[in-house]
Design a protein around this ligand. Structure first.
Ligand SMILES: [Zn+2]
Length: 171
């Protein structure tokens, strides 16, 4: 029961979510042009899929002495729900136009969780930019454009957002 969930995200890596943390291509604290200057700095544990605990590598910026990490595609920061599930909720609510309570019921999710995720996305969408996007897009239009990318392009976008600003996320 995917309910018009975009084929691009059903087909590839979001449906077979990777729990491998991506390697950083830049440091979120320094200009994009600064060459590779971060080192592995231990790791931390968090719950992954199905309450399984996984290790996420932490990286230390040698210039600012601050740490950062990049989550696997399947997970988003500060959420215990999978990326795929969160994208399904957002699609159901904003693109298909269902109320948040209806979305929660449809996916057998807690109403407060769906409401919190939708509210966070509503705020985040004002600062997130897709490639080629100039101004702010309404949530439904933003998601439609996001979903026109392949799953791996979406995963790359998530990493890019996180690398630019450590607290930047879809939700
Ligand atoms: Zn740095």
């Amino acid at each position: 029961m995917m309910n018009n969930f975009p084929a691009s995200l059903r087909a590839d890596r979001f449906s077979q979510p990777s729990l491998l943390a991506p390697l950083p291509t830049r440091c979120p604290y320094c200009p994009a042009t600064t060459c590779y200057h971060w080192i592995r700095n231990a790791s931390y544990g968090r719950y992954g899929l199905d309450s399984e605990r996984i290790r996420i590598p932490r990286w230390l910026c040698k210039i600012t002495k601050r740490t950062f990490s990049l989550l696997p595609d399947a997970l988003l920061p500060y959420h215990s729900t999978t990326t795929t599930r969160i994208l399904q909720w957002l699609n159901h609510t904003f693109v298909n136009g269902h109320g948040m309570a209806t979305t929660a019921k449809f996916f057998s999710a807690a109403r407060t969780t769906v409401r919190r995720v939708c509210a966070k996305f509503y705020q985040a969408v004002k600062v997130l930019r897709l490639s080629g996007q100039a101004g702010v897009l309404p949530p439904a239009e933003f998601l439609r454009r996001l979903f026109s990318n392949s799953g791996s392009q979406v995963a790359t976008l998530f990493v890019a957002w996180k690398e630019r600003e450590p607290k930047h996320s879809l939700v």
